[in-house]
Design a protein around this ligand. Structure first.
Ligand SMILES: Nc1ncnc2c1ncn2[C@@H]1O[C@H](COP(=O)(O)OP(=O)(O)OP(=O)(O)O)[C@@H](O)[C@H]1O
Ligand SMILES: [Mg+2]
Length: 219
């Protein structure tokens, strides 16, 4: 069982949206997945209420429960546990980073988002966790993407796919679906599938934040 934590203090950057659609994409790729929701906003539980398709299982937990729940899940048949965290720093955020095999930091190509993840990144470095940024809600084409990608690539790892701002993401969540279910042939679905296969490969790679911190210090 591998744990993937979606984390950044910046609200609205796409943690829950990516957590949901990647969980669905991972299931479609043949994996068993459950989601731990640590955000009282309950975006994912709300999504589940509208869902008619099967899986993934979702459990709402708080920081005090995480360790025990992870202990049980390690004995379970799940291939992946996805952990969705709130957009504010909390005891739960740190616990969720600690539990992760990989942290995903969604980031919009805006100055505010590019500044806001710094405390998250500091915690990830401290705990020597593997991580990757994901540029989310990007325009289809803009100098902003290149600038943001260059900056993020210096600090850490960036997938070879960005997630463009597309209404498919919003409509899918509203219907209790992932984008790959909502519009399987759409561009949003294609990007999420590519992102999932990149994440799968990244999970196999050995590089940790300890090595990438040197790049951050040099930057
Ligand atoms: N790629 C995308 N294209 C279009 N809309 C998006 C995309 N990603 C996220 N959104 C929309 O942006 C809003 C915020 O996304 P989401 O709730 O996933 O962010 P979050 O990081 O979980 O926020 P919070 O920190 O408040 O939990 C939602 O309305 C969602 O539908
Ligand atoms: Mg959320």
């Amino acid at each position: 069982m591998k744990a993937i934590t979606f984390v950044t203090q910046k609200g609205g950057s796409g943690k829950s949206t990516l957590c949901i659609s990647l969980a669905v994409a991972a299931r479609e790729a043949g994996h068993t997945v459950c989601i731990l929701e640590m955000d009282r906003q309950a975006t994912i539980s709300d999504w589940l209420d509208h869902r008619t398709e099967e899986g993934p299982e979702v459990a709402q937990i708080d920081a005090t429960q995480l360790e025990a729940v992870m202990e049980r899940l390690r004995e379970s048949a799940y291939d992946y546990v996805f952990i969705d965290t709130p957009g504010v720093d909390s005891a739960g955020t740190l616990a969720a980073i600690r539990a992760a095999d990989l942290c995903i930091i969604p980031c919009r190509p805006t100055p505010a988002d590019l500044r806001a993840f710094k405390p998250t990144l500091a915690a990830i470095y401290r705990l020597e966790k593997k991580f990757a940024f994901v540029l989310n809600q990007t325009p289809p084409r803009s100098y902003r993407i290149r600038d943001a990608a260059d900056g993020l690539a210096v600090l850490g790892i960036l997938p070879d796919v960005n997630i463009v701002a597309r209404t498919d993401h919003q409509d899918a969540i509203g219907l209790g679906q992932g984008v790959t279910e909502f519009n399987p042939k759409g561009q949003a679905a294609g990007e999420v599938r590519r992102l999932w296969s990149w994440i799968e490969r990244r999970m196999q790679a050995g590089r940790t934040a300890r090595r990438t911190v040197k790049h951050a210090e040099a930057a």
